[in-house]
Structure formats: C-alpha cells, structure tokens
Design a protein around this ligand. Structure first.
Ligand code: SF4
Length: 311
C-alpha cells in the first residue's frame, strides 16, 4: 500500500522523500508554444484551450517572485508548510532564450523555502543547451520535467497535432533519463479513435520505458477548440464515468509500482467545459477509482509485466 491508497500519489512520494508536506506553487513564466506561435502551427493541439494549461496559474505580467508570494498567500490557508516546489506548467516552459529561462528558473529557486522546480514542456523543446541547464539545476535542487506525450499511436498523434514523432520523444526522454532527471509523462485517455486496447498499448509502452511519473488525463472537450468542432460533428463519443474508472484501474494495475501517479483524472474549468460534465465532480471520480481498486483487491503494478511492449 502507498499510505492508505493503492497507488503511488505525488503527495505520498514527496512526503516519503522529504518527511513533510511539500506545496506545489503554479507560476506562469509567460512562455508560448511552437504549436501556437507559427513555428509548427498557429492553432495548437486540437484539445488545447489557448490558455496552455494555465487556467489555474499566475499572471505572467507579474514577476515570478510576485506570483510565488500570491500562491503562498492563497495556499497557506489550506496547507501548513513552508517548503515549496515551483511549477512552470503553462504552455511550453522550456521554449525561450536560454538566458531568459535561466533567469526565471533561478528567480523561483532563490525564493525562501523553494526546494525545487517542476517544468512542463514538449519533447521538441529540449535542446542540448536546455538539457544542460536542467542538468545543472538537477544537481542542486529537486527537479522533474513534464512532457505531453498523450499517446504512442502515430495516427492519433497526427490527428491531435502533437507536432513531433515518437522517435524524437524517445531520444529526448533517454537524454533526460541518462542525466537522472525525473520525467513525468502526460497521457490523455479517451482521444478520438482510440479504444481501450489502444490506450492500454500506450500504458504498456510507459511500463516498458518506466518514467519517474505519469499524469493520466481524461479527455476534456473545451469550448472554442478544434476538438469541440470535431465533437459536434459526432466524430467520437466521450467516456462515461464508469468506463473511465474501469480503464484507469486497468492502467494503474499495469504500471510499475515505482511510477508516481501525479494525476488520475482531468481538471477542467467549469465555464469552459463542453464535456464530459461528470468530470467536474473530481472528488467523486477519485473516490470511485479508489473504491474500484478496493473491490478488485488490486494495487498499482499487480499486473505489470516487464518488457512486454512490442512496437
Ligand atoms: S503543446 Fe501544450 S500549449 Fe502547445 S498547443 Fe499543445 S497543449 Fe497547447
């Protein structure tokens, strides 16, 4: 067991590592994304809301320090701790001039109580000089890097306009792994055209390459995205809650017990969500997943089979 749960959560992992509660503070570094600035496209991935995952992050007009102060003021009402990890989670947070990246990362790291960083990015935005900067930070602080892989299915990756292939992903993933940099992979469950077996194929791949962490996202249809138009044409159906709960449990059982599950459902903004609307009750979804794991009497990794992924 992982505390009182049947899978390894991020809070469990951080508490085990540091012996106390660590608070994650979300900041907006003011970055953009090659899928949005015209380098690879203008419209972004088909599911991207245009906020680049920054619905709950800070205001990029403010300095990193000011954003950290605001987040601490907000979260200290809920959590009692003075140790923090600063999360650069909006758009592509390694996409910028190397001096600008260094300045922003170290501004965060210099803030009292900050023990490390979490940086969200794309596989095609991890140049050698960026990786060297990450290596430097990793030698002194706690660090993990998040990559939006979403799926290993090439057709789906093209459909959602991910913008890079699996070979490039593997190259950059292995580069980070060689430097002992912890990597968290984002996966989306329920992408158009993907059935249960396709999703489990991605999970088998993850179980083969074994990243440090995984974020399982339920596919959300957000207003004014290309995915919404696609959905309105009835090109795919959204998952029901019981189907999702069952699938997440199948995934958790197959993933090695070492992988930290940073997230097991989505986190959409109510005013922007087209569906599935049941996902707004996040606590219910999580409690149903926990209940199903108990009913099955299963635990993360109980169906993990080393090296059974075949490309
Ligand atoms: S890579 Fe991220 S920020 Fe860029 S378009 Fe895709 S989802 Fe949006």
């Amino acid at each position: 067991m992982f505390g009182n749960l049947r899978y390894r959560t991020l809070s469990y992992e951080l508490e085990k590592t540091f012996g106390e509660k660590i608070i994650k503070l979300s900041v907006n570094g003011g970055f953009t994304c090659p899928n949005r600035d015209g380098t690879k496209g203008y419209n972004g991935c088909i599911f991207c809301s245009g906020s680049g995952g920054g619905d709950f992050a800070g205001n990029p007009e403010r300095s990193i320090t000011k954003q950290i102060e605001k987040q601490i003021a907000l979260l200290s009402r809920k959590w009692k701790s003075d140790r923090y990890i600063v999360y650069f989670g909006t758009f592509t947070s390694t996409y910028g001039n190397i001096d600008e990246l260094r300045k922003k990362y170290y501004e965060a790291l210099d803030y009292p109580g900050v023990i490390g960083l979490a940086i969200s990015t794309r596989a095609d935005c991890l140049s050698e000089e960026v990786v060297m900067l990450l290596e430097e930070i990793n030698r002194q602080y706690y660090l993990w890097v998040e990559i939006g892989l979403q799926t290993v299915n090439h057709e789906t990756a093209d459909l959602i306009r991910r913008g890079y292939d699996l070979e490039l992903f593997e190259d950059r993933f292995n580069r980070l792994k060689t430097s002992d940099i912890k990597v968290v992979l984002h996966l989306i469950l329920g992408l158009p055209g993907e059935k249960r077996d396709d999703i489990l194929k991605t999970i088998d791949y993850i179980s083969y390459i074994i990243p440090w962490g995984v974020k399982l996202h339920l596919l959300h249809v957000i207003k004014n995205t290309d995915l919404e138009a696609y959905y309105n044409l009835s090109f795919f159906v959204l998952m029901e809650m019981d189907e999702y709960v069952d699938l997440v449990c199948d995934c958790v059982e197959r993933l090695p017990e070492s992988i930290v599950l940073h997230r097991i459902t989505g986190d959409g903004k109510k005013s922007d969500l087209v569906g599935p609307l049941w996902s707004l009750n996040k606590l219910k979804v999580i409690s149903e997943i926990n209940r199903e794991m108990v009913l099955r009497n299963s635990i993360q990794g109980c169906k993990y089979e080393p090296k059974h992924y075949a490309k």
